[in-house]
Design a protein around this ligand. Sequence first.
Ligand code: G
Ligand code: G
Ligand code: MN
Ligand code: NA
Length: 248
Amino acid sequence: RRIEANLSQAIARDELGMTFQPIVANDTFEVVGFEALLRWTEESGPISPGVFIPIAEESNLIHELGDWVLAKSLEVLKEWPGQYVSVNFSPRQFRRHNFVGYVMEQVLRAGIAPQRLQIEITETAIFDDAERAAETLYRLRQMGFRIALDDFGTGYSSLYNIRKFALDSLKIDRGFIEGMGRERESAAIVHSIIHLGRALGLGVIAEGVETEMQVAMLRAAGASHLQGYLFSHPVNADGARALAHAGI
Ligand code: G
Ligand code: G
Ligand code: MN
Ligand code: NA
């Protein structure tokens, strides 16, 4: 309740900020894009989006917040030479009436090519009403947007449905990457996801990469892209501009 009340004023109070974390090509470490990650610093200190996004998601606040995130991300993107921005959309945002028209309008208004926006959605957003989600994804992709399925392997994925979705990439949840060096099971799952992605003609982005050993394993396994603290923590707009131009 308190978080909800304060969150509704956070935009006006200028308490929200965007950070950007590079996504690099596995072979060259070229920075191909950035994931946009929302930050909220309240009077009492920072609050994780893992905490406040689910609260916003329970009310219409998610739309106001999402509008702000998208507008801000598209503004910052203009300072990069060619990279895309990967924006997280929560299930309610994705299911909102005329989501496709909404995103297209924002991108046109910002004067940005749809190819430079990657839409990150989780399995939860698309597996509830698979028919409708498939239609929405198809239309977004027709218009040139990139689509990434986030936290892959942690949700309600049905492999039966996945073949029907117009996707560009799978993002392997960082829990699997973290476990990869320790457990045979995690390593096996990572290999399987990469194999599946490649067989379906999709990119595979490994999240939460923190060690050289993980890079070596992910290279051998054939992941197309990497993201994680080893390359860069999420940084502010100035930091992202520097990385976009100079590289890692
Ligand atoms: O950045 P951090 O690891 O604390 O993010 C925690 C969670 O919050 C992640 O699941 C991430 O996808 C989500 N998140 C971060 N920024 C946004 C945002 O702008 N919109 C939505 N819907 N989720 C976000
Ligand atoms: O659910 P989603 O993938 O959107 O969440 C991304 C979150 O993961 C962000 O909050 C980001 O801060 C966090 N993150 C990014 N890289 C790393 C990493 O290398 N290690 C850990 N532990 N978290 C990371
Ligand atoms: Mn994400
Ligand atoms: Na994720």
